[in-house]
Design a protein around this ligand. Structure first.
Ligand code: FES
Length: 657
């Protein structure tokens, strides 16, 4: 008689196993992803499977009720204490007696896929560096003297195939009482990224979780964190706060200057950012109602200046050619080395940097968006105070960074503010009446709709609002291609109000879009476009297939308005998408999947860096990109824009052509 055939779904993996093999052993034999924390002792319930019965012509088998051994005492006990659904079996207890079809539900898969909202996004498969392992340790024996830690390490090697797991003094202090309290049965949290797995925690008896990890994106303006469950991959809290280093300078270069000009300046900024990181940890833990000591690891990404300051390294070298990084490689640290208060033995992984101006945040964006996995030529623009830009496809990937300044975030704008309730975030201007309508953060209705509360406090205009406002002014013929706002006489609307020798558009009350605002946006968008254009030159192309807008506020930019403004090159609008905080997502991927860390470490070496600061064509592209949308590059995917030209005297309107 042939051995029973066992088929696992959804993987479809199949094979013959000896009768009496446990489902867990069969899964291991056939390379099926079936979880286990207790090593098959009937304690953790992670190995649950759902047997199916009947005829399966697709698989060529008929499965009877006798396929598996009847429920045993361990399963009955588990059912009594914790509950086991009637259709479910514990894989480590059920024996295969005849042909079987077994479904592995998502929660029993070790490498379950984490759901990402965007269909085109790279899938994330759970394979975190920190895992729980239940072990039974040999009790001490006078005839074979050995230490508790050595016997614990041996148990991990023998029962879990983890050789060389090492503990430190804290492990010793934990292990001694835990082993005795648990009657020589303990659960260890083992961090497995690196040549020497580290035992981070020892619990007496069985501990089934939870354990957590934190993915952190340290931006120049904001710091964002995603607290994740390391078993499920679920984000259990997403939180953010302002980077307190803003008081030392709005943008990166002013912070580097602060470090150059003030003795001890870099140390002051390091202290400020580390304090903020600890506030972020506390905030995320409070939001999720968890103990921060259960956070066993964190992944940190940031631009090169933030990267250095978090690490306590002076960033002055990044402010001058040749822009030398202290290190470009990924880093593995203890949390206490950067004074981060997580679990006392928590590990930190810092993504590699790409170059002196293109940091671990850009590497994280590359990991999240993975242009190297696509045939389409993809331009990824991470819009923030500094724009990180990637261009590539399967053949190669290029990267640069461009100093856009904080205008896109509402700074340097007369009525600008950060995105917060009360800020205008969307703007439309009627091309005929020239009247505006807008939406305010915190209110769903547009300002001209009946549902718009008349007492709404409108406090200013945020980054996405100013981008839309300038683009709408251009579309409504109130702004010419050179970026000049027309006068009331030139445009025929008294919404244009004089301001010295220039004019401003009255959006609402004293919230104006001034000529200075338009200039600030022009400078920012020219820097962004010039960076993208440099990469396109280096790639030898004039067009791209797809554009991804990333960055915390990239999610709020309307692709059409971005293109009307000439922030991004021409592209089919259906192919322009928003990725949200892609750097934060990249950090999360590296937190949940160790192999992704190796991928990004390899990828950064393949990325060709273009240095905007020394590239002579940058200035040329910058000047041409000053026009709205552009002095010479065509935008065939946009409808033609109004051909108006104003002069600074505010005289009669002239039409071109
Ligand atoms: S492997 Fe833990 S209960 Fe089966």
């Amino acid at each position: 008689m042939t051995d029973p055939l066992v088929i696992f779904t959804p993987s479809g993996k199949r094979g013959h196993v000896a009768p009496g093999t446990t489902v867990l052993a069969a899964a291991r034999q056939l390379g099926v992803d079936l979880d286990s924390v207790c090593g098959g002792r009937g304690i953790c319930s992670k190995c649950q499977v759902e047997p199916a019965f009947g005829a399966f012509p697709k698989h060529g088998v008929t499965v009877t009720e006798e396929a598996l051994s009847p429920r045993n005492a361990v399963e009955d006990r588990y059912d009594r204490i914790r509950g086991l659904a009637p259709a479910r079996r514990l894989g480590c207890q059920a024996l295969i007696l005849a042909d079987a079809v077994l479904d592995v539900p998502p929660e029993s898969q070790v490498h379950k896929q984490v759901v990402r909202k965007r269909a085109e996004a790279r899938p994330v498969v759970m394979d975190p560096a920190t895992r729980l392992h239940y072990v039974e340790v040999a009790p001490p024996d006078m005839h074979e003297p050995s230490g508790d830690l050595q016997r614990l390490e041996r148990a991990l090697a023998e029962q879990w195939g983890i050789p060389n797991a090492k503990g430190d003094l804290r492990t010793l202090q934990m292990a001694q009482p835990a082993l005795r309290k648990g009657d020589w049965k303990v659960t260890c949290a083992v961090y497995g990224d690196g040549p020497e797995p580290r035992i981070l925690q020892v619990w007496p008896g069985f501990y089934g979780g939870p354990i957590y990890g934190l993915a952190i994106d340290v931006g120049s303006t904001t710091i964002a964190g995603h607290l994740c469950d390391l078993a499920t991959g679920d984000v259990i809290a997403s939180t953010g706060l302002m980077n307190p280093q803003i008081r030392f300078g709005e943008d990166l270069m002013s912070r580097v200057s602060y470090a150059m000009l003030n003795p001890g300046g870099a140390a002051q900024m390091t202290a400020a950012v580390r304090q903020a990181l600890n506030a972020l940890v506390a905030q995320a833990a409070a939001e999720a109602r968890i103990d921060p000591a259960l956070i066993f690891e964190a992944v940190i990404v940031g631009n090169p200046v933030m990267h250095h300051l978090v690490l306590g390294i002076d960033p002055v070298e990044l402010g001058q050619a040749p822009f030398a990084l202290a290190t470009a490689d990924a880093l593995h640290l203890w949390a206490e080395e950067i004074e981060l208060r997580l679990h006392p033995d928590a590990r930190i992984y810092i993504l590699p940097c790409i170059a002196g101006h293109v940091g671990a945040d850009a590497a994280a964006v590359a990991l999240s968006e993975s242009p190297q996995l696509n045939d389409e030529l993809t331009l990824v623009v991470d819009v923030g105070t500094n724009a990180e830009i990637l261009l590539g496809n399967r053949s190669r990937v290029l990267a640069c960074s461009s100093p856009t300044g904080p205008a896109f975030e509402g700074a340097q704008i007369s009525s600008g503010q950060r995105a917060a309730p009360g800020a205008i975030e969307r703007v439309e201007i009627d091309p005929v009446t020239k009247a505006p309508r807008f939406r305010v953060i915190g209110v769903n209705a547009w300002s001209d709709e009946a549902a718009f509360p008349p007492d709404t406090r409108v406090t200013g205009i945020c980054g996405s609002g100013i981008i839309e406002a300038v683009a709408e002014l251009r579309l409504a013929g109130l702004l010419d291609a050179s970026g000049l706002l027309g006068s009331a006489e030139q445009t025929g609307t008294d919404r244009m109000v004089p301001q010295g020798r220039t004019h401003a558009y009255r959006l609402r009350g004293d919230i104006l879009v001034t000529q200075g605002d338009v200039r600030a946006i022009q400078l920012a968008k020219s820097a962004l476009y010039a960076g993208a254009r440099l990469l396109m030159d280096a790639f030898g192309t004039d067009t791209v297939d797809r554009i991804v807008l990333a960055g915390a506020f990239g999610a709020h930019i309307s692709p059409r308005h971005a293109m009307v403004l000439g922030m991004i090159p021409d592209c089919d609008l259906a192919k322009v998408s928003s990725a949200g905080n892609a750097a934060g997502t990249g950090a999360r991927i590296a937190l949940l999947n160790v192999a992704a860390r190796r991928d990004v470490e390899t990828l950064v070496h393949r990325i060709h860096k273009v240095e905007t600061a020394i590239e002579p064509r940058f200035q040329e592209h910058f000047v041409a990109a000053n026009a709205i949308p552009h002095a010479s590059d065509g935008f065939p995917h946009l409808d033609p824009l109004p051909e108006v030209t104003f002069n600074t005297e505010g005289g009669r309107r002239r039409r071109r052509g």
